[in-house]
Design a binder for this molecule. Structure first.
Ligand SMILES: Nc1nc2c(ncn2[C@@H]2O[C@H](COP(=O)(O)OP(=O)(O)OP(=O)(O)O)[C@@H](O)[C@H]2O)c(=O)[nH]1
Ligand SMILES: [Zn+2]
Length: 293
C-alpha cells in the first residue's frame, strides 16, 4: 500500500500523488456502496495494480479535516482572500462575504491586498486597519514591485490553499510570481487530460515549487449565503466574539436591541464601522431572500 493525495478526479479516475509518482486509480466499489465519493485533496492509501503503467486502486480514504463544496476539495488548510486596493475598486461587502463563507468552512484566512504600487491615497492603510482590527492577518502585495511575494510563498509552503477573489485583482499574476512554472504547469496538465468538449471541468490541485498545493479554481465560485441562518451570521464576524455582554445575551443579534455590547464597540471604534455595516447589509439581504450575489 502506498499513501498519497488525490490531486485530480475525472470520469471515475482519481490521480493520486505519492512519493513514488502519480498513479491513475479507480476507487474500490465499496465506496459507492457507502455513498462516499473520493474528493480532490483526499489523503488516501492505494494498492498498485500495474507499476509499469502507474495504475492503482484507492483502498482507503483518511478522515477529512475540511470539506469545501465550491470548489469541491477536501483538506484545504487556508484561503487567501485576494482584493486589489484599486483597479478594480474593492467592494468591501463582497470581501466580507468571502470571509463569512471561509469562516463557515472553518478555514484559516489571510487577507491579501494587491496592487499596492498603485496606492496614492492611503487606501492600503485604510483597508489594512479594518481587517487587522477584525483579527485577520493582512499581507500587502505588489506583483509589479514584487513586494511581499516571498511572504505569500511562506503562507503556501506545505499547505493546501485556495485563492478567492474577484476577477482582475491579480490572482494569476501572483501565482505566476510565486512559481515561474505555474503557467506551464497548468498548460501541461490540461494537455495530459485532453479534455473533450463534453467533459466537465473539475477542481484540481497544482503542486508548487515551494511545497504547497493550490486549487486551480478560485474558491467560493458561488457566493450564496443560503445555508447560513440569520442568527448564525454573527458567529462568522469573529471580532464580535469578545463583546458578549449584551443585555439580551446570546439572543442578541446586535441590530436594534438595547444595551448591545457590539453596537457600543462599534461606537467606540473597537469594531470597524465598515465591517458592522457589512454585517447589517448581509443580514437584511438574507431576510429579503435576495441571497445570490
Ligand atoms: N499595478 C499592478 N497591476 C497588477 C498587479 N497584479 C496584477 N496586475 C494587473 O492586473 C490585471 C489582472 O491581473 P490577473 O492576474 O489576470 O487577475 P486575476 O485575479 O487572475 O483575474 P481573473 O483571472 O479574471 O480571475 C493584469 O493586467 C495585471 O497585469 C499589481 O500588483 N500591480
Ligand atoms: Zn448585541
Amino acid at each position: 500500500m502506498l499513501n498519497g493525495q488525490i490531486i485530480k478526479g475525472i470520469g471515475g479516475f482519481y490521480y493520486v500523488d505519492t512519493d513514488n509518482g502519480l498513479y491513475e486509480c479507480r476507487a474500490r466499489g465499496i465506496f459507492r456502496k457507502q455513498k462516499v465519493t473520493p474528493l480532490v485533496g483526499d489523503r488516501v492509501s492505494i494498492s498498485v495494480v500495474d507499476e509499469e503503467t502507474k495504475k492503482g486502486v484507492v483502498e482507503d480514504i483518511k478522515k477529512r479535516d475540511t470539506e469545501l463544496v465550491r470548489p469541491p476539495i477536501a483538506n484545504v488548510d487556508k484561503v487567501l482572500i485576494v482584493f486589489a486596493i484599486k483597479n478594480p475598486k474593492p467592494n468591501l461587502s463582497l470581501l466580507d462575504r468571502f470571509i463569512v463563507l471561509a469562516e463557515k468552512e472553518n478555514l484559516e484566512i489571510v487577507v491579501v491586498l494587491t496592487k499596492v504600487d498603485l496606492d496614492d491615497d492611503d487606501k492600503l492603510n485604510e483597508l489594512k486597519t479594518i481587517y487587522e482590527l477584525s483579527g485577520y492577518k493582512v499581507i500587502p502585495v505588489s506583483n509589479e514591485t514584487k513586494l511581499n511575494v516571498d511572504k505569500i510563498k511562506d503562507e503556501l509552503r506545505d499547505n493546501v490553499v485556495v485563492f478567492a477573489g474577484p476577477s482582475g485583482v491579480g490572482k494569476s499574476s501572483l501565482l505566476n510570481e510565486i512559481d515561474k512554472n505555474f503557467k506551464l504547469q497548468t498548460g501541461e496538465v490540461s494537455d495530459k487530460i485532453k479534455r473533450g468538449k463534453h467533459t466537465t471541468r473539475h477542481a484540481e490541485l497544482l503542486k508548487l515549487e515551494c511545497g504547497g498545493m493550490v486549487a486551480d479554481t478560485p474558491g467560493f465560485s458561488s457566493l450564496t449565503l443560503d445555508d447560513i441562518g440569520e442568527t448564525e451570521l454573527k458567529g462568522y464576524f469573529i471580532e464580535f466574539d469578545e463583546f458578549d455582554d449584551c443585555k439580551f445575551g446570546s439572543r442578541c443579534i446586535h441590530e436594534n436591541e438595547p444595551s448591545c455590547a457590539v453596537k457600543e464597540a462599534v461606537e467606540n471604534g473597537e469594531i470597524s464601522k465598515q465591517r458592522y455595516k457589512s454585517y447589517i447589509q448581509l443580514l437584511n439581504e438574507m431576510r429579503q431572500g435576495k441571497r445570490r450575489y
